[in-house]
Design a binder for this molecule. Structure first.
Ligand SMILES: [Zn+2]
Length: 400
């Protein structure tokens, strides 16, 4: 049913409460990985359940690699108890709650300030219902999470959602393309462990949401040492320090990561990253960028290589390996070196790219030996594709 675009959530029949995976009448579920209580638009539940193999078990790390402990100036946080290698899964969990950051009820209020307060009240009422559906252990875990929005007058349950959620809007939109584009916030997942991860502008993890396992998984974006805190970023990591700190104000802490401690040099490097990126139209469409370069002999041989190497170097210096662009650059370098006839360099970058991209859902079920074979085979296949194009764009191919 079409909603009023100003009040897309106005019709209560469009909002559904759902347990994922479903709970049978006798209280049993498809697996023991926990039940997520959700507030969704009608139709989303069917799209989630219709996925082949749904629900897949939540990926399991091979070993426990962190503990929850007091972190100076940041309350509780996750700290590595062992060395964690880049790409290694740290933990995965089925969220406690999935909901939009706010829902708007049927009231029609034009003043934006009052409209927001009304949405908060309505959303909190929906959340009360959700929290009552949770099993006692998960309800306790949810209520124990921080709420940084108390002083704005945001009600407590919604405050927890706004403080701890990770956005999963894009993942859900893939399953449900007709999802209304509501002004009232993104879909978020609130995880018991994810909610304890503190912020860093040099975060050392990738956070992913798998819709088939319906789980958040967290992997290391670079090697993490024993005793190092395991972090994620709450803000746009490429923004200058002052902008980042302003956007962190709702969480009521001053970031003391290494980029914030020495903002002058760091702001210059992050500015350079933004500048180089702005000369690369669509970073995520690596194939298209590389093919365009191969086909255009007005562009120098090192056109993409120079930009991608520069970005990789700057991101490593700034501890920004958790940005997607870091991996896209490695993929691009793999393709570019293959197309230029540098086999070993191409394999090196493609191995790194593929290794980081193996979903934990797969990695936790296959042996390290099988993982190695998948990486080698995929890297070789990718090199082969661009190796064939090297006559167009390889050593000695330049038209003079
Ligand atoms: Zn910082």
């Amino acid at each position: 049913m079409e909603g009023n675009p100003d009040y897309p959530d106005a019709n209560p029949i469009d909002v559904k409460f759902t347990s994922i995976p479903p709970v049978a009448l006798d209280g049993t579920t498809a697996d023991d990985d926990g039940v997520t209580e959700c507030i969704l638009y009608a139709g989303m539940k069917d799209a989630i359940f219709a996925q082949p193999e749904f629900p897949k078990p939540v990926p399991r790390p091979r070993r426990q690699v962190y503990r929850l402990q007091e972190v100076e100036g940041a309350g509780l946080g996750l700290v590595a108890t062992r060395k964690i290698k880049a790409g290694e899964i740290i933990f995965a969990e089925r969220p406690l709650v999935v909901s939009k950051a706010a829902w708007m009820g049927g009231r029609k209020i034009d003043d934006p300030a009052y409209k927001e307060k009304a949405a908060w009240t309505d959303s909190n009422d929906l959340l009360k219902f959700v929290v009552n559906r949770m099993d006692p252990k998960r309800r306790k875990a949810f209520k124990a999470l921080a709420n940084c929005h108390r002083e704005e007058g945001c009600p407590p349950l919604l405050g927890i959602i706004r403080t701890n959620g990770i956005s999963i809007t894009e993942e859900l939109r893939m399953l449900f393309p007709t999802m209304p584009d509501s002004p009232w916030g993104a879909f978020t997942a609130i995880g018991e462990i994810t909610g304890r991860m503190n912020h860093s502008c040099c975060a050392n993890t990738f956070i992913n949401f798998g819709t088939v396992s319906f789980a958040i998984d967290v992997t290391a974006s670079r090697d993490i040492g024993v005793g190092e805190e395991i972090t994620r970023s709450y803000c746009d990591a490429l923004a200058p320090q002052a902008v980042r700190q302003a956007s962190l104000n709702p969480w009521a802490f001053v970031c003391s990561c290494r980029a914030c401690r020495d903002p002058v040099e760091s702001d210059i490097r992050r500015g350079e990253i933004r500048a180089v990126k702005s000369t690369m139209a669509k970073m995520e469409d690596t194939e298209q960028m590389v093919n365009q370069w191969i086909g255009d002999d007005t562009l120098p041989d090192d056109y993409l290589e120079e930009k991608a190497l520069k970005l990789v170097g700057l991101m490593e210096e700034e501890g920004l390996e958790s940005l997607q662009d870091y991996l896209f650059c490695k993929q691009m370098l793999g393709f570019v070196y293959a197309a230029r006839g540098f086999h070993d360099k191409a394999m090196k970058y493609l191995r790194e790219f593929i290794s980081e991209g193996i979903p934990p859902e797969l990695r936790s079920f296959i042996s390290p030996a099988a993982t190695y074979l998948i990486i080698e085979e995929s890297a070789r296949n990718a090199v082969r594709v661009y190796w064939k194009k090297r006559r167009l764009r390889g050593p000695g191919s330049r038209k003079t």
